[in-house]
Write a protein that binds this ligand. Structure first.
Ligand code: KG4
Ligand code: ZN
Length: 335
């Protein structure tokens, strides 16, 4: 059984995983430096980079051992590493480690696009899923609507023209005096609030699939400045409803145009309860399957990188040793 080691260090998670050619996960280890960043209200790149340096070795070793491999000479088909997009200092730690392991073990390695990695997450839970899929990828750094005709074949239908959905959650949470990351906190508060109590605009109501969250964030700031006595739970519920409405409306438009077999969620914001509920209902309405990976597979991890790496290694071949990290690597259409 061919095994690939995945390495992910694009943000604050240092992760390593071993996945086989049928997308079964043999190990998946994640260490996060998030506790070091909380006080600053966001990830501090220098701290994240330094944390990766100390953590990468033990995390890779642990992933190999859990998968039953010899960490000094593992029997691998290849190594897949996130080489972009992400924080440059963090990416370089993972990429340098992958190159070093590749040379030491005599195993080919490949640089993988982090966003393409997210698109492989549903496959890790359901290797026999039916294509094509419509996927909403929403995280702290990205928000995209992607049409996937098969593994490794995708077309970006739309993306945010300003903030990412998670970024908007984090900024609104900060404005409301909540902790970082703010998404889970707002989601929790929203359960006890009434969405209609704060009127917020729905952005991007046109025909295209692009998204926008910056205006919504500003609207929350303006409205709460004016109505200082508004319960925070109502603000959270109203904001959450407005984000979900925009996303679900765009997904509905895309489903009307593209006949797909499944509707998938990926990225950290996929943990959001309103979004999960909405996507489940929308899939039911269109008679298709809702693919809602567990939070562990939605947030940054190395198993998804290994999954994408297996496909890319076999279709594109290994990367050269002089490959650079690309912090702004866009997800381009592949057919
Ligand atoms: O994918 P992820 O773990 O990291 C990257 O950004 O790559 O996503 C983290 C983002 C944060 O912005 C966080 O606030 C958001 O996901 N998030 C949520 C929820 N859980 C995490 N946003 C809304 N509702 C949630 N339940
Ligand atoms: Zn991510």
């Amino acid at each position: 059984m061919a095994l690939v080691l995945g390495i992910e260090t694009s943000c604050d998670e240092t992760a390593a995983a071993v996945v086989d050619e049928d997308f079964h996960v043999h190990s998946s280890v994640i260490e996060s430096s998030i506790d070091q960043h909380r006080a600053f209200g966001g990830v501090v790149p220098e701290l994240a980079g330094r944390a990766h340096v100390t953590t990468i070795g033990p995390v890779v070793r642990q992933a190999l051992e859990i998968a039953g491999l010899n960490p000094l000479d593992p029997a691998l088909e290849g190594i897949a590493v996130t080489s972009g997009p992400g924080l440059i200092g963090s990416l370089l730690v993972g990429l340098s480690a992958a190159k070093a392991f590749s040379l030491a073990w005599g195993v080919p390695y490949i640089g993988v696009n982090h966003l393409e990695g997210h698109l492989f997450a549903p496959l890790l839970e359901q290797p026999d899923l039916e294509w094509p899929l419509l996927t909403l990828l929403v995280s702290g750094g990205h928000s995209l609507i992607v049409l996937q005709s098969g593994p490794g074949e995708h077309e970006v239908l739309g993306e945010t023209i300003d903030d990412a959905a998670g970024e908007a959650y984090d900024k609104v949470a900060r404005w409301l005096g909540l902790g970082y990351p703010g998404g889970p906190e707002i989601d929790r508060l929203a359960h006890d609030g009434t969405a209609g109590n704060l009127k917020l605009p729905i952005s991007m109501t046109g025909e295209g699939y692009d998204l926008s969250f910056s205006g919504l964030k500003t609207a929350v700031v303006r409205a709460t400045e004016k109505q200082k006595d508004l319960p925070i739970a109502d603000v959270a519920a109203s904001f959450q409803a407005a984000v979900a409405e925009q996303l679900l409306r765009k997904l509905g438009l895309a489903l009307e145009r593209y006949p797909v077999k499944g509707l998938a969620l990926a990225g950290g914001v996929a943990a959001n309860s309103a979004l999960r509920r909405g996507v489940t209902d929308l899939a039911k309405e269109f008679g298709i399957v809702a693919l809602l990976p567990t939070t562990a597979n939605c947030t940054d991890n190395a198993a998804m990188i290994a999954g994408a790496g297996i496909y890319r290694l076999r279709h594109n071949g290994p990367s050269p040793l002089d490959l650079s990290a690309n912090p702004n690597w866009q997800l381009v259409d592949v057919s």
